[in-house]
Ligand binder design. Structure first.
Ligand SMILES: Cc1ncc(COP(=O)(O)O)c(C=O)c1O
Length: 384
């Protein structure tokens, strides 16, 4: 057994990030500034979009996207039942109504047939989530969006490296949003980025993210001298700090190297677990690139003789940390009370949510760490 605990989702932070953060601290410019601008430019280039606006979380970015697209009370927004609560909360905070659809049992992505069933005359937008880093079926989604004249916000929290038919996710709709939370593929501690090809949406989001103050208000205390600003929107405090961008501006330059490191781990897990009575991630669809954010096993009591939570606890006792992504939206009491959603109405999301477990998958893992995860998983399943 390992002597130290393998914490799930540890980021790999290198010397360049440490030096850059120290540089920000000693320069005394901690808040939004030139490093945020550099990070935005690097992300825009990597993602192949015209505009990238940094914010302090993906949640904030999703919320601003809903507002910038003009969602109003009474508008319905379709999103998958299998996602993090932030996807639904963003819609609710914008005053609109989330409408849940089930997910595909193999890909865990939004179920296209169920989307069609849930479209009404009130539907204004759809938020596909590229779950675990696997791109959604964008061909079908684009058909639906065009047919019903809907707007689309892509939740790319897991999917910075994902491509669909040779095009990066995040620009199929009006807006895409990335997360740089500490466990994500590129990290800033907390952070997010709104992607768009529309100058109008980008400018609106930039203003809304900083209190609604007129553009470039962050420069008001810079060495250019004090500048007056005007408040032109009722905005939020969602801006990213230079301290965070100091990490991200270096992380983004290693995004492909880290992806390759995770791919090696992914392939080792696939090989090591092929003979076990658990489900590994479905094969990757042709002409797509999976961002390899979460490596999930489905541990089903009927097949394995062990429930998911028992499996996680057994791994924990062997010093291996794991995660659950996610218990689906309809299991949570606040949504049940407010919208009357029941888990049984979303049977695929319900089954996945009850049996899914995410194994450590980070560029920081050593070969020895991966050996330990494999040995522990095999030992626990064999024992059962
Ligand atoms: C699918 C999805 N959307 C949105 C978010 C919110 O990201 P953040 O923590 O950056 O706000 C997460 C976070 O894990 C997520 O998994």
């Amino acid at each position: 057994m390992r002597s130290s605990y393998l914490v799930f989702g540890q980021p790999l932070i290198e010397q360049a990030e440490i030096d850059e953060v120290v540089g920000s601290l000693t320069s005394a410019w901690l808040g939004t500034g030139p490093k945020v601008a550099i990070f935005e430019q690097r992300v825009a280039e990597y993602m192949g979009v015209r505009h990238a606006v940094a914010v302090n979380s993906c949640t904030a970015g999703l919320h601003l996207a809903c507002i910038a697209l003009g969602l109003q009370p009474g508008d319905e927004v379709i999103l998958p039942a299998m996602t993090f609560c932030a996807t639904a909360n963003a819609v609710i905070h914008a005053g609109a109504t989330p409408v849940l659809v089930d997910v595909d049992p193999d890909t865990f992505n939004i179920d296209i047939a169920d989307v069609r069933r849930k479209v009404t005359s009130r539907t204004k937008a759809i938020i596909p989530v590229h779950f675990a880093g696997r791109p959604c079926d964008m061909t079908s989604l684009l058909h639906i969006v065009r047919e019903y004249e809907l707007q689309m916000i892509e939740d790319c929290a897991h999917a910075i490296e994902a491509t669909y038919h040779d095009r990066r996710v995040g620009s199929f709709g009006q807006v895409g949003v990335l997360s740089f939370y500490s466990t994500k593929n590129v990290v800033t501690g907390e952070g997010g980025m709104v992607l768009t090809n529309s100058a109008e949406i980008a400018s609106k989001i930039k203003v809304l993210a900083l209190h609604g103050m007129s553009a470039d208000a962050w420069k008001r205390f810079s060495d250019d001298g004090y500048k007056h600003y005007e408040v032109v929107e009722v905005g939020f405090k969602y801006n990213m700090m230079d301290l965070q961008a100091a990490i991200g501006m270096h992380q983004i330059q290693r995004v492909e190297t880290y992806w390759q490191q995770r791919q090696r781990i992914w392939n080792r897990y696939n090989e090591a677990f092929a003979d076990l009575p658990v489900s590994c991630p479905a094969p990757i669809e042709p002409r797509t690139r999976h961002a390899l954010h979460l490596y999930t096993l489905l541990v089903d009591h009927d097949r394995t003789g062990l429930g998911r939570d028992d499996f996680m606890f057994a791994l924990h006792r062997l010093n291996i940390g794991t995660g659950v992504h996610y218990r689906p939206i309809p299991v949570h009491p606040v949504y049940q009370k407010r919208y009357g959603w029941r888990p049984a109405d979303f049977p695929n999301a319900d089954r996945i949510g009850a049996s899914t477990v995410s194994l450590p998958l980070s560029a920081r893992l050593t070969d020895r760490d991966v050996d330990d995860v494999i040995a522990a998983v095999r030992a626990v399943i064999r024992r059962s």
